[in-house]
Ligand binder design. Structure first.
Ligand SMILES: [Zn+2]
Ligand SMILES: [Zn+2]
Length: 270
């Protein structure tokens, strides 16, 4: 189903328009953008170290009012928006890249926290959790659920300010974002800024999964929206395995969003 060009694009990152001619690309753009990291950090190396504070309480969902108990926090001085590396207007083409990236990072952390909390228990019939587990991870055993939870723990370690850099159109080849082994950073490209807030968080989890070694060996695993991993209220196609989904960055991204939002998204986030 994929053309060769699309397959090559999938290896570099999330789907985008066909890349420019190689002769126009700078040297950095020619290296594979999803190779396994040498850092083997597991969330402990300086670059990938987990933030010291634990995952916070679940924040209000889209459109929800903050719970009364959170009023004091809401009224307190908001923390300053971090300055992400190279996320200037000149590079990103927008004036609020730091704000958008910070919002996405915090939301991604919320998604991952919700997923980790859910995975501690076996699914109960008729719950969103049961539906989400089957749709994104097929039928994991208790031991596999524990492994998935540990992978989320490592992904949380990538969702830190120092793990990101904004890139210009000269370096990006149409990706929303990509991770590369060379600098162990998640590179954020202009198409990322046009995504919905939910999809921006999904993309950060996807790239964080690559950062911890998921979906970096061999061909890129099927992204959400493909025949192997369709969007919407659709059962997993035959042939999809738990082991395969456990190595699929989108499974982590879309499961976590599904749990936190208490409903799946119909978007493929492309
Ligand atoms: Zn990917
Ligand atoms: Zn790393």
């Amino acid at each position: 189903m994929f053309s060769t060009l699309q397959e090559e694009a999938a290896l570099r990152g999330r789907k985008g328009p066909p890349p420019p001619l190689a002769s126009l690309a700078p040297p950095a753009a020619r290296s594979r953008r999803f190779a396994r990291s040498n850092c083997a950090c597991g969330g402990s190396c300086p670059k990938c170290s987990e933030e010291k504070r634990p995952a916070g309480p679940r924040q209000a969902r889209d459109g929800d009012q903050a719970p009364v108990a959170d009023q004091a926090e809401v009224l307190a001085e908001p923390p300053a928006t971090p300055a992400y590396r190279d996320c200037s207007e000149r590079i990103t083409g927008i004036t609020d890249a730091n704000e958008r990236l910070e919002t996405a990072r915090q939301r991604a952390r919320e998604f991952v926290g919700a997923a980790r909390r859910a995975l501690g228990a076996a699914p109960v019939a008729g719950t969103t959790y049961e539906t989400a587990l089957g749709r994104h991870f097929i039928a994991p055993s208790a031991a596999q659920r524990a492994t998935i939870e540990d992978n989320y723990r490592q992904i949380l370690g990538t969702l830190v300010v120092s793990n990101y850099i904004c890139n210009s159109q000269n370096i990006c080849e149409g990706e929303q974002a990509f991770w590369i082994e060379a600098d162990d950073l998640v590179h954020v490209c202009r198409p990322f800024w046009e995504l919905s807030p939910t999809c921006r968080a999904i993309i950060l989890i996807h790239e964080g999964a690559h950062d911890v070694g998921i979906g970096v060996a061999g061909a890129h695993p099927p992204n959400r929206g493909s025949a192997q991993y369709p969007t919407g209220n659709t059962a997993a196609p035959a042939g999809q395995t738990t082991a395969g989904r456990m190595d699929n960055p989108d499974a982590y991204a879309f499961f976590a969003a599904h749990i936190w939002r208490d409903t799946d998204t119909g978007r493929s986030c492309f």
